[in-house]
Design a protein around this ligand. Structure first.
Ligand code: GAP
Length: 517
């Protein structure tokens, strides 16, 4: 299956199994806005909790916050979003389609990288065990040519973006021969800047109304509350404030399902540090965050760091944690050293001091900030794209079968166990009901008695349920049930009384975090 088909399949699966629906679908949907269904909301809650617990519970010096979405308009003037939160857009005159100029160039670079990867994997197959990737990349002409192109385009791209040189961006698009995927033409307009913030009016009369913005990041709610939290919590530097909440961006090109949405959720943590120590903390948080991602048990080769060439207006260092999605390596989380930019700006515009008094040195200063910022929806997409698999099963008699399975980490799975009576009669359904009643407040359980047991297993595999418990006639005699493990499909008989311990250990966020300590 091509990567594109794989992705379409993922979108269809999410709809079929109640994970994600297009917003306002009966009215043909609202572009780049999505609703989470009965399983989606559980998975999303579990990802949020894993992040929250690993930040706020795990770190003594991090506390939480829940600030309002609406904020004083001056916040966005101070933060630079009114003047600089822009994306460069370009239109194709023939198809009338609008694109982000920077994304067109990034996609072009990705295509060149893919060409290199193809050469490398062809050669790896040809040479087998003796293949030396580094040597091959240093000597193969086609690889060297493509690498030279990448270096040239990346250099010009970084320069144009850093100096906001829009004509240079257009020239680069033309020189790379980028064509519109719809019309196939190179008939481009000039590149223009487009502000991504949504605005609305607050106030009851037209004359008295104030233009306010829907926050494009949750971080500013943390910055403006920095002193409130520091003083009321008697926090000492270094310390962090974490927040999860909605953010809104009027994205020019909203593509790739929930990867780029207009309404989405962010999980952000601002870590306030003494000036001059920010690079140490930047490295510290890079390590902690990549460890968090890898702890979920997906392929570790599918993660990488990508350091920014173009730094945002507030940063002196920045990196992305990227994941290999079906459409290539893309950003899931950003780690930014934001200097004292935000607090300084708020101090200037509000006239209120944003300084910290350091008891140890008896001096006051504006702290520096290292932030970790991850999109909850994007993390959701990362998890499901890594988890969804089509599997061929070799049976004992030599024949094959297939199944669709969501190999979700047990701590994140929406339903932890499905409880199934083999048949509805003979009192088996009642025993199953009792097990669900006993466990429902410890684990998210589902009672399932429809269809054959094989079909029920397949349905739970497709939802991602890690454990299926089957009640049969033997249960009536010795209180034992079959527990079937989603990933291995192995089954074993255990006593009903053992279920809380067996399942509890596997689905415990606390246990996973303790392992990371
Ligand atoms: N406070 C810093 C900040 O907002 P960002 O790189 O613009 O930085 C952080 O966004 C994260 O938010 C991204 O890594 C991504 O996971 C998520 N994100 C950003 N825009 C998004 C969008 N339109 N849809 C979904 N997630 C988005």
């Amino acid at each position: 299956m091509s990567q594109n088909d794989l992705f379409k399949r993922l979108v269809a699966h999410c709809k079929e199994y109640g994970y994600i629906f297009q917003s306002s679908e009966i009215y043909d949907g609202l572009s780049a806005v999505y609703d989470y269904g009965q399983y989606g909301v559980e998975l999303k809650n579990n990802i949020r909790k894993y992040w929250w617990d690993s930040m706020v519970l795990f770190h003594e010096n991090i506390v939480g916050l829940d600030s309002a979405i609406f904020m004083h308009p001056s916040v966005w003037k101070a933060s630079g979003h009114v003047d600089a939160f822009n994306d460069p857009l370009i239109d194709n005159k023939d198809s009338k389609k609008r694109y982000r100029a920077d994304v067109l160039i990034e996609d072009h670079i990705t295509k060149l990288e893919d060409k290199i990867e193809k050469e490398v994997s062809k050669a790896a197959k040809r040479f087998g065990e003796s293949f030396d990737r580094e040597m091959f990349c240093k000597t193969n002409k086609r690889v060297l040519d493509n690498q030279a192109k990448i270096d040239d385009v990346s250099g010009r791209f970084a320069e144009a973006m850093n100096s906001s040189d829009l004509p240079a961006l257009k020239r680069l698009i033309e020189d790379c021969g980028v064509v519109c995927p719809i019309s196939g033409s190179r008939n481009w307009t000039d590149v223009r800047q487009f502000n991504l913030m949504f605005s609305t009016d607050m106030g009851s009369t037209a004359e008295g109304a104030t233009k306010i913005y829907l926050r494009p990041e949750t971080a500013q709610g943390i910055f403006v509350n920095f002193l409130n939290v520091q003083k009321s919590g008697r926090m000492k530097l270094p310390f962090g404030i974490a927040q999860v909440g909605k953010a809104f961006r009027n994205e020019i090109v909203a593509r790739q399902f929930i990867f780029r949405m207009r309404e989405f959720e962010q999980m952000e943590m601002q870590f306030f540090v003494k000036p001059g120590t920010e690079m140490e903390w930047f490295s510290y948080w890079k390590e902690i965050r990549i460890k968090w991602h890898k702890s979920l048990g997906f392929n570790v080769d599918d993660y990488r760091f990508h350091d920014h060439d173009k730094l945002a207006h507030y940063a002196n260092a920045a990196t992305d944690i990227e994941f290999r999605f079906p459409f290539g390596f893309k950003e899931v989380e950003g780690i930014h050293s934001r200097t004292d930019f935000d607090l300084k700006q708020h101090q200037q515009l509000s006239g209120k001091k944003m300084q910290y008094y350091d008891n140890e040195t008896s001096e006051s200063y504006i702290p520096y900030v290292v932030e970790t910022s991850i999109g909850l929806d994007r993390m959701f997409l990362q998890v499901i794209s890594a988890a969804l698999q089509d599997e061929i099963i070799e049976k004992e008699d030599g024949s094959t079968d297939s199944r669709v399975v969501m190999r979700l980490p047990a701590i994140l799975a929406p339903i932890k166990l499905a409880v199934m009576p083999l048949v509805k009669k003979d009192g088996l359904a009642e025993i199953a009901g009792k097990i669900v009643d006993n466990l429902r407040f410890s684990f998210n359980c589902q009672y399932d008695d429809k269809d054959s047991i094989g079909r029920r297993y397949r349905r739970q595999d497709a939802i991602g349920t890690p454990f299926c418990i089957t009640i049969d006639h033997q249960t009536k005699e010795d209180n034992s049930v079959t527990i079937r493990y989603r990933d291995t499909m192995l089954q074993e008989r255990v006593n009903i009384s053992e279920l809380p311990a067996i399942i509890g250990e596997k689905v415990s966020i606390a246990a996973l975090l303790r392992d990371q300590a």
